[in-house]
Design a protein around this ligand. Structure first.
Ligand code: SAH
Length: 256
């Protein structure tokens, strides 16, 4: 999907921002950058901010009009920091990434980014199927254009990784230690219950929901085998102290 995305920067004033965009794109695995009538490009400031993403910068296509930039694109989305006079369907970057995942093979989506000072014109926004707004603080809504590209490119990357099973780290596969299996986990809970009865925290005649709540707490952590063993070791240490002081209970009762 990432190969189907074209980033279009319109009338960018600061070459540093173009470099910043190239870097963000390369970080996130995007490759197609199109510049519509940039004020200064190529420029050493762009190279400096690209910080190594120089091939991507060199391959950027420079055109004079938006029509040329949209050549071969089937879906167009425009990014905007603020509400416009005539409201358009506004989606979040995440929703936009899901739209991108649904692109038919071979079809391209252009994402438009506006001028640093004025954003996209209404005419440009009216070329778009959707508008994307990064949900910023309404009192301070405008991001630097390269930062806006970074956010959008990140969402595209996540969506693209999620659409291919096995690419995002998953519990149990990327984890350094095997997850505890159901039997080991059950043994932990049995042990915990026994020790809690031993220390008289759990009353077997009136257990209420204590074990249920503790199960939920531990299971929420999805413990691995070592973590379960550490817990079992900890419980065994308590059991040992209890066994060594069989009269602890009686003494406590005498104190009362
Ligand atoms: N002052 C301009 C903002 C320009 S910021 C205005 O009011 O429109 C430059 C570009 O960064 C915008 O055109 C847009 O492409 C992108 N951008 C900045 N903040 C954004 C946001 N919150 N959501 C989506 N895009 C944003």
């Amino acid at each position: 999907m990432l190969g189907q995305i074209r980033i279009v920067m319109i009338h960018t004033t600061h070459p540093g921002n173009i470099g910043g965009v190239a870097r963000a794109m390369q970080n996130m695995g995007l490759t197609d950058l199109c510049l519509v009538a940039p004020k200064r490009f190529p420029d050493p400031e762009a190279d400096a901010r690209a910080s190594g993403a120089t091939d991507l910068l060199a391959s950027a296509k420079v055109v004079e009009t938006l029509d040329e930039a949209l050549d071969g694109c089937h879906l167009v989305v425009g990014t905007s920091a603020r509400d416009r006079h005539i409201p358009w369907p506004v989606i979040t970057p995440r929703q936009m990434a899901s739209v991108a995942c649904d692109l038919q093979p071979g079809k391209r989506m252009a994402i438009l980014f506006g001028r640093e000072d004025r954003g996209l014109t209404n005419d440009e926004l009216h070329r778009c199927h959707h508008h994307v707004h990064i949900p910023t603080n309404p009192d301070f809504s405008s991001l630097n254009v390269a930062a806006a590209v970074q956010v959008i490119a990140y969402e595209l990357r996540i969506a693209s990784l999620e659409s291919e099973p096995g690419l995002l780290p998953q519990w149990g596969t990327a984890w350094d230690i095997d997850l505890a299996d159901a039997r080991e986990t059950e043994l932990l809970f049995e042990h915990l219950e026994k020790t809690l009865v031993g220390v008289e925290f759990l009353d077997p005649d009136n257990p209420r929901q204590l074990m249920t709540r503790l199960r939920r707490l531990f299971l929420r952590a999805v413990p691995d085998r070592v973590e379960v063993n550490v817990m079992r070791g900890f419980l065994s240490a308590i059991d040992k102290v209890l066994a060594r002081n069989p009269r602890m209970k009686g003494e406590e009762k005498n104190d009362v």
